[in-house]
Design a protein around this ligand. Structure first.
Ligand code: NI
Ligand code: MN
Length: 226
């Protein structure tokens, strides 16, 4: 399984000949190295309805005829915009042809802000467990620290955990380091920082805080093979 990080919360997974994108916030993301119109994608998985996660999903999904996977309220909203969807919810797993997706809880919001200054309710925010080729990754989405991360770590052998460290909207570095201890992941990668002024962080300071010294800073475009 080939993983690449593309700024903010964007993760690209290549496995079983397919390409999957998580949270493709490209337009307006000054940190990303991706161009939405150049992407070739089979599926998109979303953690929640906030605009900095849904991002370019509709345009990319339509262009590629890609399947959009997320909590069922968010997929209902996106299906009305003409994209192919698969709705799930927290605690449920589904085996897709490219890998297994399980949604976990996350403590956050999930409203989508429209151009008409309305907030559309997009269900509960989630984290994502993705398993393929005998490996499992955990993308925590946007969340505060919660003690059931210990349960997630006990129930799944996590090879790589992608944890938000930006603070303000999500866990900050200290709480994310504690989360890493609860999750017992083999490798921990910080995400959701430096995109906007309130979430400015030094990812190298974060990995110093990790008890297991198992942190890896990925810059936009960096690849991790597991
Ligand atoms: Ni959010
Ligand atoms: Mn966010």
């Amino acid at each position: 399984m080939k993983l690449s990080y593309h700024g903010h919360s964007i993760l690209q997974i290549q496995t079983n000949g397919k390409t999957i994108l998580i949270d493709p916030f490209i337009t307006g993301n000054s940190l990303t190295d991706l161009k939405a119109e150049e992407l070739s994608v089979d599926a998109i998985i979303l953690t929640h309805g906030h605009n900095d996660h849904v991002g370019d999903t509709v345009a990319i999904a339509k262009k590629n005829d890609a399947l959009v996977i997320a909590n069922a309220d968010l997929t209902t909203f996106l299906s009305w915009q003409g994209v192919k969807t698969h709705g799930m919810n927290i605690g449920g797993a589904y085996q897709f042809e490219f890998g297994k997706v399980k949604l976990t809880q996350a403590f956050h919001g999930s409203g989508y802000a429209t151009e008409n200054n309305e907030i559309v309710y997009c269900g509960m925010p989630t984290g994502i467990l993705f398993s393929s080729e005998g490996k499992t990754i955990y993308h925590a989405g946007d969340t505060g620290l919660f003690s059931d991360m210990k349960l997630i770590g006990e129930r799944h052998e996590i090879d790589v955990a992608f944890l938000p460290i930006g603070d303000n909207f999500t866990m900050g570095p200290e709480d994310a380091a504690y989360a890493a201890t609860l999750l017992q992941a083999k490798t921990v990668v910080p995400i959701h920082y430096n995109t906007f002024p309130p979430i400015k962080q030094d990812p190298y300071q974060f990995i110093e805080l990790l008890e297991a010294k198992n942190g890896k800073v990925m810059n936009p475009g960096d690849v991790l093979e597991i």
